[in-house]
Design a protein around this ligand. Structure first.
Ligand code: VGL
Ligand code: ZN
Length: 195
């Protein structure tokens, strides 16, 4: 039994594994297919142990201010209710997954799953003390979510093999992982977590 073995008080938090962010999507993150395969192994481990699984999703209105036509930096993505905003079908989310939508109004951005959402309250209600975090993109929504989780007093295990980066500048993903380590997250991989 390792320190990373999922145990009561743990939750799996899957960040933004949505069609627009995976292979074939308008903001596809390289390597997302491999990340999904690894996430499915973590999902199985959490299901076997009856531990909670939560998933965040970017859930924007059509005219979100982060979109280029409104002066933002991104192409239109994850518009609420569209195919692009749906969870990637290859991700084997159980039907009792707790879903948290973020950045749902036109003038609000939320890279962090905690920003303007019920995520913190849901985790506290579930008695969660430690979260295991994977998903996309490492240097945007994963980094912000991990940052807030640590600030709010949760322990964080970053699932290094279950995250992928956009890497607008080469190395952005690696630097984000280093930053999460510096902030107090532990970095782990599937072989260290009983799966
Ligand atoms: C994200 C870009 C824009 C993310 C969300 O989930 O990392 N990236 N909106
Ligand atoms: Zn977005």
């Amino acid at each position: 039994m390792s320190a990373s073995d999922p145990r009561p008080g743990d939750a799996l938090l899957i960040v933004d594994v949505q069609n627009d962010f995976v292979t074939g999507g308008c903001l596809a993150v390289q390597g997302s297919d491999e990340a999904i395969a690894v996430l499915n192994r973590y999902i199985a481990a959490f299901r076997d142990r009856h531990l909670p699984i939560l998933a965040t999703r970017d859930w924007h209105p059509a005219g979100h201010f982060s979109f280029k036509m409104r002066g933002g930096v991104w192409p239109p993505h994850c518009i609420a209710g569209t195919h692009g905003a749906a969870f990637a079908p290859a991700l084997e989310l159980p039907c009792d997954t707790v879903i948290v939508s973020k950045a749902t109004t036109s003038e609000q951005e939320a890279y962090s799953g905690f920003e303007g959402t019920e995520l913190c309250a849901r985790l506290r209600d579930l008695g969660v003390r430690r979260i295991l975090v994977g998903g996309v993109a490492t240097e945007y929504c994963v980094l912000s979510t991990v940052h807030d989780a640590l600030r709010l007093g949760f322990q964080v295990l970053l699932l290094e093999d279950a995250v992928r980066a956009v890497d607008v500048a080469p190395g952005d993903g690696e630097r984000a992982i280093e930053e999460m380590r510096r902030l107090g997250a532990k970095i782990t991989r599937l072989e260290s977590v009983a799966a």
